[in-house]
Design a protein around this ligand. Structure first.
Ligand SMILES: NC(=O)c1ccc[n+]([C@@H]2O[C@H](COP(=O)([O-])OP(=O)(O)OC[C@H]3O[C@@H](n4cnc5c(N)ncnc54)[C@H](O)[C@@H]3O)[C@@H](O)[C@H]2O)c1
Length: 323
């Protein structure tokens, strides 16, 4: 039975990915320290190792399991926290990743390493979207700098040590199990506010665009990256793939579709634009289509409807357990 390690598998995207591998009959091992992840997200048939990715025990686990694939999603992924505490951010995102990569290099060099990078924060604000993989990188936060750093390490390990490395650059991922924190929790935040009957706060004029991609489509892209033949490892972008929809949707338009799907109305309220926020951000996804055979399947309307339904059910269950 093929084996995969999913770091961050108790988190939002990682738990969907773990389920994807389990459906294919793989043995799934999850490494997570539950910093933001939740025990309830861990699928019943996965083996859970409560470990920090910086811990030598995480490296020992890689060495002993010698997995076919290591999908590395565990991260400090809160952009604001990365600004406040760049040392912690780098310690988890860079040193934690290196701990795993060194274990692969020394003990399990045949393992394919699939890394969760960002398409939303890597290219910065000086490009005209859609952003293609080989566009100039201009990370504007410590978080984005750590993601780009790890991508450089992946290219280096690929070229120099012949490791099989891939970087998947996500847009704004949304869907069931997302917590309203981190890089892209706006859909989860809006679902929560609608359920409380409170206004939706939009920073700036609301015309800033984002590439909202459904979590099931992201898990599918990672599955393809884990299992398909890939072009040779080369310089930075050779094994980098954008994962989005290729469509930029304004925050106001997204909010209006969400309200329609929720079947209710709350006001939109506008607050001053937050410093450093990118105005337009969406990615070209042609490369993932051509080389991985992947394309997103869930429309924004369908995805927002699933997300709202999930949030409403969770709310009802929480209210039931309080009663
Ligand atoms: N959500 C998005 O829109 C988005 C966009 C671009 C990239 N990403 C990347 O995708 C990955 C998954 O993000 P997510 O949205 O599922 O976030 P998440 O916070 O739900 O998942 C991250 C997981 O990593 C775990 N973790 C954190 N620090 C750890 C450590 N030191 N050791 C072990 N586990 C640790 C957390 O407990 C959590 O379960 C991250 O690498 C993130 O940077 C996410």
């Amino acid at each position: 039975m093929p084996t995969v390690i999913v770091t961050g598998g108790a988190g939002f995207i990682g738990s969907h990915l773990a389920e994807r591998f389990l459906r294919e009959g793989w043995a799934v091992h999850i490494i997570d320290n539950l910093a933001t992840g939740k025990r309830e997200n861990i699928p019943a048939n996965a083996t859970f190792h409560e470990l920090d990715i910086r811990d030598p025990k995480a490296a020992e686990l890689v060495a002993s399991l010698k997995p076919d694939v290591l999908t590395h999603l565990a991260a400090q992924m809160d952009v604001r926290r990365s600004v406040e505490d760049p040392m912690y951010d780098a310690s988890v995102n860079v040193l934690g990743s290196l701990n795993l990569l060194e274990a692969v290099r020394k003990q399990s060099p045949a393992t394919r390493v699939v890394f969760a990078s960002t398409g939303g924060a890597l290219y910065g604000d000086n490009t005209t979207p859609p952003n293609f993989e080989d566009f100039k990188k201009d990370p504007e936060s410590p978080y984005a700098i750590t993601k780009l750093s790890v991508e450089f390490y992946l290219a280096y390990y690929g070229r120099v040590h012949k490791l099989d490395t891939v970087a998947m650059r996500f847009g704004n991922v949304y869907g069931p199990r997302q917590d309203p924190h981190g890089e892209a929790g706006v859909v989860a935040i809006f679902c929560g506010r609608i359920l409380q009957g409170r206004p939706l706060t939009i920073f700036g004029d609301g015309r800033q665009t984002r590439d909202y991609v459904y979590v099931g489509d992201v898990a599918e892209a990672l599955w393809y990256a884990a299992t398909k033949p890939l072009p040779p490892v080369g310089l930075l972008d050779a094994r980098g793939f954008n994962v989005g929809t290729g469509i930029g949707t304004s925050v106001v338009d997204m909010a209006n579709v969400l309200l329609e799907e929720a079947g209710t109305q709350v006001p939109l309220e506008f607050a001053p634009k937050r410093p450093g926020e990118t105005q337009e951000s969406f990615v070209d996804i042609g490369k993932a289509g051509r080389l991985l055979g992947w394309k997103p399947r869930v429309t924004l309307r369908e995805g927002l409807a699933h997300s709202f339904r999930w949030a409403a059910e969770r709310n009802a269950a929480a209210a039931g357990s309080r009663a």
